[in-house]
Design a protein around this ligand. Structure first.
Ligand SMILES: Nc1ncnc2c1ncn2[C@@H]1O[C@H](COP(=O)(O)OP(=O)(O)OP(=O)(O)O)[C@@H](O)[C@H]1O
Length: 245
């Protein structure tokens, strides 16, 4: 469904992503695992139209996809939840969840349906109650994280990219987000799950790609390698230190 082929991205002298090739399949949770600085955020930005590759190609449904702005990616069904929580602090929770959606589906959601639509999106996964009429900026970070997740879910994306999104959440909400991810995959969505947490990876993923120093060092089905082998591929030095300890 989605392929990146020899995709590279440099920032000046720094090669953030180097000739990365990965095939992503619809209906799977595909985890991208890598240490800090391995290029995960750059990969997310490349697949959200925030930065453009210096080389290589993105293919969607077998055809080259030449989107070069976030709106191009959103139009074809990508939605990204970034590591940094991006909200409009003075707008209500409902407004934040529906932000930009009216324009995208080219008709306004009727006033009386707005709260209902926002509540339904949150209701798919949020265990913690999030007050729909509150100013989003007045709520704790965990609630804000739920809001940006709902903003992505309400768009019914074909490709949902989640960049380290569970860090701020408490246990119940985190488990519920994981359950939603499995449900969306079962409905045919491709989920790209970006993390450095091995415990989350094994229970959630269908496929795993490992990034190290901007290179894709491995893509395989979950369960083929043990967590220890994955750690070795992701961070050989840390793995060696752990085995010496
Ligand atoms: N805007 C930028 N300008 C210069 N260098 C950058 C920029 N963004 C990222 N880099 C560099 O590119 C490399 C990959 O960074 P990236 O943020 O993609 O890694 P990451 O795996 O997401 O790390 P983290 O988990 O810390 O966010 C790093 O060496 C980083 O310093």
């Amino acid at each position: 469904m989605l392929e990146i082929e020899n995709v590279s991205k440099r920032y000046g002298e720094t090669v953030a992503i180097s000739e990365a090739t990965i095939t992503f399949r619809a209906g799977t949770v595909h985890t991208i695992l890598g240490e800090n600085g391995s290029g995960k955020s750059t990969m997310v930005k490349l697949l959200s139209g925030i930065v453009q590759p210096d080389g290589g190609m993105i293919r969607l449904d077998g055809r080259p996809f030449a989107g070069n702005a976030p709106a191009d990616f959103q139009r074809v069904g990508f939605a990204t939840v970034f590591q940094e929580v991006l909200i409009a602090p003075d707008r209500t929770v409902t407004d934040n969840i529906l932000l930009g959606l009216d324009g995208l589906i080219s008709r306004r959601i009727p006033r009386d349906k707005r709260r209902e639509t926002a509540a339904a999106a949150l209701g798919r996964f949020a265990v913690t109650e999030v007050p729909l009429d509150a100013a989003a900026g007045s709520l704790p970070l965990a609630a804000q994280q739920l809001i940006v997740l709902a903003r992505a879910v309400v768009r019914k994306p074909r490709i949902l990219i989640l960049d380290e999104v569970t860090a701020a959440l408490d246990y119940a909400d985190r488990e519920s987000v994981f359950k939603l991810m499995r449900q969306l995959a079962a409905e045919g969505c491709l989920l790209l799950f970006i993390t450095h947490r091995m415990d989350e990876v094994m229970s959630l993923s269908d496929r795993i790609s490992i990034l190290r120093g901007g290179k894709v060092v491995k893509t395989e089905d979950c369960g083929v390698s043990t967590p220890a082998d994955l750690l070795k591929a992701m961070a050989p030095q840390t793995a060696a230190e752990l085995s010496d300890a």
